[in-house]
Design a protein around this ligand. Sequence first.
Ligand SMILES: Nc1ncnc2c1ncn2[C@@H]1O[C@H](COP(=O)(O)OP(=O)(O)OP(=O)(O)O)[C@@H](O)[C@H]1O
Ligand SMILES: [Mg+2]
Length: 870
Amino acid sequence: MIESNLTPMMRQYRENKERHPDAILLFRMGDFYEMFFDDAIKASKILEIALTSRDKNKEESVPMCGFPHHAASGYISRLLASGERVAVCDQMEDPRKAKGIVRREVTRVLTPGLHEESEILKADEHHFVVALAFQGKDLALAAFDLSTGDLLVTEPPGTALALQELQRLDPKEVLVAERQAETLQAFLDSSQFYVHFVEEWMTEPRSCSDVLRQQYEVQNLEGFGFSDDSAPAVAAGTIINYVRQTRYEAPIHLKPPRVYHLGNYMVLDRSTTRNLEIFTNLKDGGTSGTLLKLLDRTLTAMGARTIRSWTAYPLLDLREIHRRIDAVSAFVDSTITRGELRDALKGIGDLERIAGKISLRSANPRDLVYLRNSCEKIPVVLKLLSGVESELVGELRNADDLSYVAHAIASVLVDAPPVSLKDGGLIRDGYNQELDELRSISHKGKEWIAAIEAREKEETGIPNLKVGYNRVFGYYIEVTKSYQSKVPASYIRKQTLANAERYITDDLKEYENKVLNAQERIVEIEEEIFNLLRTRLLEVIGRIQATASAIGTLDAILSLAETAAVRGYVRPTVHEGDEIKILDGRHPVVETFDSRETYVPNDVILNRTSDQILIITGPNMAGKSTYMRQTALIVIMGQMGGFVPASEAQIGLVDRIFTRIGAADYLAYGQSTFMVEMNETADILHNASVRSLVLLDEVGRGTSTFDGLSIAWAVTEYLHDRADGGPRTLFATHYHELVDIPLVKERVRNFNIAVKEWKDRIVFLRKIVPGGCSRSYGIQVAKLAGIPDAVVGRAQEILSNLEKEELDPGGRPRISRKREPKKKANGPRQGELFGYAGDDLIRELEKLDPNTLTPLQALTLLSDWKSRYS
Ligand SMILES: Nc1ncnc2c1ncn2[C@@H]1O[C@H](COP(=O)(O)OP(=O)(O)OP(=O)(O)O)[C@@H](O)[C@H]1O
Ligand SMILES: [Mg+2]
């Protein structure tokens, strides 16, 4: 389209659009937001709204679509959810007062990671945008939640851990500098995040440090725990630059950056989180049957977010763990205090997000009344905390009770205000004198009209004279035709009806102006007062946030205490040593399932001196996987600072849990089951530290039996023989050949889950007992499944052949044999010549000097060898 052909309005549209080429521009026209050109084509598809066109009759019509502004939130949410960026272009002046075309400007850009649309935000989750920053060799990551103002910063040691941390944060948008696009391409492609390349200036170290100093009004950044131009400064600064660029201002509710060290938290990578069903289940990806669902009995949104983050970040800092366990412990037995506190928490709304809304100017009168009602509960909560013996609870007790916030709002706003400012009626009577007077004018309208009607009737002597109102003429006096002669000259005729005439008078007009003006002015004054209140609240936003965070912590502690009390958990001892000792441990989730079977508790002892690797055997369905998972979950629960499902638990700190469990559906990622299995196993072998806990569930199953068994055996040996002693490991397997490993590796132990044979059936006892499983019961199960007797009989025969060959004459598992290193280039190739038994024979031969033997001795030796080795 030729620019000169554009109307002034479309030119204005073009100018704004050019500044935001990568966003869908919403152009406010009257009561609608309109979209044009390609934006309209794209949006009409996403929103399923009709695509029309502007200037239909002209040759080059403009594609267009739109939606009413009062329904904008829902439409914008859908655009964001489908990965679009949205620039909102508003009218900057009152169209009635504008001279010429109304001035319009983009007031904010909403992006998938940066918006406050409550339809998308989940109350119990953070909604992060994350910036990745590279400074020389250093790497940092900053995560920001616009809705709560939280800004977290960390420096992952290496890109692998950075990727893991990114997955844990689960950001809705990842910011990367344009110049990094190429280097990071492969990483970003595989990560499946929404990535936005930010302009170069936003990641310049200088601009990043400057914007941080400005935002937080500080001279230098040392107070945050990082220095100017460092990777964390660049990551945090990039975020603030981005926020300022999209919001056109610096939101006040941004909290100062909180630096956290990954080394203080247990590492839970994505596959472990999935396998242990911590946040989502394996069945359908939902939340039922997950650890979080079990632990989250919180009553506030802050509490829900806190417990989620505690679950994602189990602690490694013993002091911090004990502070939490002490706090939980203080509430487990005091049922009454716990109940009262939980009752009080029920009425507390999402203080953090309301604070965010106040700062982003999107809080409406109802939000503030919600804030008031919430704040009114806080003194009750804090009072209930007095006398509770715990360091952490003691700190929470010192939180600001925000009673002045409740007062400030209560004195200004009515108890049940309308949602919109434009409706008026939100400010209390008696708060502002002018407002009261104006209201009385507009409210007293009815009385006033009755008075005028009576006066006019009397003065004119027209008995059926009526005062009425219509939108066209406003107030009027109606007189039927029969009394026309009595109408005074001062009446001005406005309308003629079938049997009456309508008039206006100067009195009526004057009154009308007063009423209409009053209404307009009322809305104006109410808005002013509301904005003043908002400004006062902005000054205490930091204090609201601090109390919100204390309430979140308290709610999470109470939630852990409630679960512990309801489910009969015990207080664990978490210690620096290496032993994990759990007596009568239960799987926290499986034990809650409705089932005919009651849950059978089991012990586990793992340490690095004698019980490092437990080989767990037992038939299908015996409970091997459940046993291993319960051990991992108990460790996680303990290091979160909670109680655990056991009769006693001692937990030697675990820095990371590795799992290699089952064959999950990776087909979508184009990787074979076996490949994934081996990738995960390789990761374990490389990265498990001596403090790690490793769960191996049927490693090697994805390939042929011999290959699989060989790999399983070698993996176990490797973990055992590592120079540093290797990690604590639970290994469930159906290769019952592995039960021979303890014969050759001293810190490997056999356990199996007991079953009982009863009338040709297997009864699951669910009890873990020492020793390898004597039988796999695979053939028995096959028989039950209807395999013909002939096949079953032959299978049994083959099985017994195989079992006979398992051990060598010395009682050592044949499978554990190793090739001796070659001694001399020309020496005999022992293994190949004689097989395994030949090794010993050769050693004897080497020691022997034929010159010292008598013929009889030689003959006796020969016959001895024949009996021993043939
Ligand atoms: N200690 C227990 N008490 C009661 N029921 C249990 C117990 N352990 C496991 N179960 C039940 O047994 C079912 C099967 O357990 P699990 O999947 O752990 O068996 P498995 O030995 O790993 O089987 P497979 O070898 O086929 O993988 C569980 O879903 C659970 O319902
Ligand atoms: Mg299993």
